[in-house]
Design a protein around this ligand. Structure first.
Ligand code: ATP
Length: 476
């Protein structure tokens, strides 16, 4: 079953159960403390917090998400993407635990020819919160093998916003991939064999004193209890499509195939190369989706995340032996794989691709200069002894003189089995910053103020401050 069909079935199922289906919100987070939308619930926070009235008390969506926190896992685990889609059903003071558990079980286990996902009930496992006897008994009533229901503590199976407000236990659903993927004993024993697919959060408490999860205080029961769930679409897809990981699913794999063609290498022959193939496929898609929502490469915030994704792609392709431009070959392939689910890519792709190709051109110039210097530094490090380490000062010169980012030095050195003296690099960076600050101060004290005097003379009358009344006066 194609990924888009899996998403459609989810939304059809919850639509049938009276949920309002809403389109994905932008990847640009509405929450100023996070760069990207990291979970399906993010656009619904005002409803979950009771700050706004939802258009309906049951809603569901397929939300685009980006989690940069998982970037180092990409390609190495089977289940972490920087971009992924989170399916979710939500109840704002409407149904609660019993229905949420029933819906999840029914959708997962109903045969595919009857509109469900057709998972074998024998392969499904659940974790539940220590005190949540009710959830355990509800799962058993659905027919879950009691041995497949495990108990986890506050750290893993209790959700809060991180501050005072709603909170509550959760129950996670896992699929057992079988003995060839790890040890027996359920998700508690092995999270690579047992893959988490869906998290159900039962928000029924008001909590405060949330210093740490193990030390919070439950004030009481919420008047309006909420349900907030998140199911990983790519994880469902890889398990349902009989693939080994999320990068081999239909919306991602075409980029791996394109990278095979470009590099003349085969995916599946060498684990180290495979990790690079998977990083390429993941990062190209994330860059595409982030740019389609309006972000452009830069040195700060979201733009910097995007720049890193594009640079890591180019660098991974170099490790696979491709030194020619790669983004013009890979980005259109990713767009073709995603456009059925996101038709807006047809409108955004022209501008997105121009910006992405320009970014690669600029980065290739940086790389060409830096790589030769790095090669010399790596050779020097290897010759210096067993614990081969590129010196902090070489890493600093690469950064300072050649504009070669430290992340790249770290990654490219690691690819060759060499460490980098990062502590020394950071020390040199902060010395340089202090020097720059001192220079700036010196300049300010010696500045030629005549230019301001001239400027003052040109002002015929005093300026009225209009900042509070006139937006144009604030330049907006
Ligand atoms: P994990 O512990 O496996 O990283 P998580 O506990 O961080 O997952 P949640 O925050 O509960 O996951 O997210 C809900 C669902 O979204 C998960 O059950 C999973 O199916 C999916 N998901 C989470 N992170 C990713 C990711 N980086 N890539 C793909 N799917 C993800």
């Amino acid at each position: 079953m194609r990924t888009s069909e899996i998403a459609k079935r989810y939304l059809d199922y919850f639509g049938k159960h009276d949920h309002l289906i809403v389109p994905s919100a932008s990847l640009i987070s509405p929450n100023p403390t996070t760069l990207f939308t990291i979970a399906g619930m993010v656009p619904f926070i005002p409803y979950l917090m009771g700050e706004q009235t939802p258009p309906k008390h049951r809603m569901a969506s397929n939300q685009k998400c980006v989690r940069t926190l998982d970037i180092d896992e990409v390609g190495k685990t089977t289940r972490h993407g920087t971009f992924f889609q989170m399916l979710g059903n939500f109840s704002f003071g409407d149904y609660f635990k019993e229905e949420a558990i029933h819906y999840a079980w029914e959708l997962l286990t109903t045969p595919q020819d009857q509109g469900g996902y057709g998972f074998d009930p024998e392969k499904l496992w659940m974790t539940t919160f220590t005190d949540d006897e009710e959830a355990r008994s509800l799962w058993k009533n659905e027919g879950v093998d009691p041995e497949h229901i495990q108990i986890m503590g506050m750290e893993d199976n209790f959700w809060t916003t991180g501050g005072p407000g709603p909170g509550g236990p959760c129950s996670e659903i896992y699929v057992d991939r079988g003995p060839e993927y790890g040890v027996e004993g359920g998700p508690i024993a092995d999270e690579n064999r047992y893959i988490e697919i869906w998290d159900l959060v039962f928000e029924n408490y008001e909590v405060d004193n949330v210093k740490s999860k193990t030390d919070l205080h439950i004030v009481g029961e919420l008047e309006n209890k909420n349900i907030d769930t998140g199911a990983g679409l790519e994880r469902l897809a890889y398990l349902m499509q009989g693939k080994q990981n999320i990068y081999e699913t239909d919306e991602v794999f075409p980029v791996i195939e394109a990278a095979e063609r470009l590099s003349g290498r085969k995916y599946g022959e060498d684990e180290k190369a495979d990790v690079k193939f998977r990083v390429v496929a993941d990062h190209v898609r994330s860059a595409l989706m982030i740019m389609s929502d309006g972000v452009r490469p830069s040195n700060v915030g979201r733009g910097y995340v995007l720049r890193r994704l594009l640079r890591r792609t180019i660098q991974a392709m170099r490790v696979l032996g491709v030194t020619d431009p790669v983004i013009p070959e890979l980005l259109p392939v990713s767009k073709d794989a995603m456009v059925a689910s996101y038709p807006e890519l047809n409108d955004t792709f022209h501008d997105v691709s121009e910006a992405a190709y320009g970014e690669e051109d600029a980065f290739r110039r940086t790389l060409d200069n830096g790589i030769q210097i790095l090669d010399v530094a790596v050779k020097k490090a290897k010759e210096s002894g067993a614990d081969a380490t590129v010196s902090g000062s070489d890493a600093f010169t690469l950064h300072d003189t050649y504009g070669f980012p430290i992340e790249l030095t770290l990654e490219m050195a690691a690819d060759q089995g060499v460490k980098v003296d990062e502590a020394k690099f950071r020390e040199l960076m902060s010395e340089q910053k202090s020097r720059a600050r001192a220079d700036a101060l010196k300049k300010r004290h010696n500045v030629d103020l005549s230019v301001y005097d001239d400027f003052k003379k040109t002002l015929a009358k005093p300026i009225d401050f209009l900042g509070y009344t006139d937006f144009s006066a604030r330049g907006t």
